[in-house]
Design a protein around this ligand. Structure first.
Ligand SMILES: [Zn+2]
Length: 139
């Protein structure tokens, strides 16, 4: 089991490196538009504007991935890696090899996604109603 954990750690670190490379690449192609900006380490120049830019370029997916990888690495340190956060069952190693930063077993993940989809629909519905109501008030 310890060997497996070492393997997963190496995989996660590699994945993190790749994701950071993707981010850095996206940042570079994004800043080509604005010339004359000092170039350097992207982290030194981090600002809310850059964060927003980064967010726009990468979307939530890449950032979420990076966050998940960091969380998985933290769990490895704490010896909690590979345990479903919902039902606390062991996540099968086969699944971890496909999704090294998996936080849930397949069953719980499916349940959570179903729930999230419902919440999202509800939120969108609510926002839409608020906009419509706002317009009516102004008239
Ligand atoms: Zn579970």
């Amino acid at each position: 089991m310890v060997e497996k954990m070492e393997e997963m750690k190496a995989m996660l670190l590699k994945m993190k490196e790749d994701t950071l490379k993707e981010i850095s690449k996206a940042m570079k192609s994004g800043s080509d538009v604005k010339s004359g900006e000092p170039s350097g380490d992207i982290y030194d120049q981090a600002s809310s504007e850059r964060d927003r830019e980064l967010g726009l370029l990468l979307g939530d997916r890449e950032r979420e991935k990076l966050r998940n990888i960091d969380e998985a690495l933290l769990k490895l340190e704490e010896g909690e890696y590979g345990i479903c956060e919902e039902c606390e069952e062991d996540i099968p190693i086969g699944r971890l090899k496909v999704v090294p930063f998996a936080r849930y077993c397949v069953k719980c993940k499916a349940d959570i996604e179903k729930q999230q989809a419902q919440t999202k629909r509800f939120e969108e519905d609510r926002v839409y109603r608020e906009i419509t109501l706002g317009e009516e008030e102004e008239m």
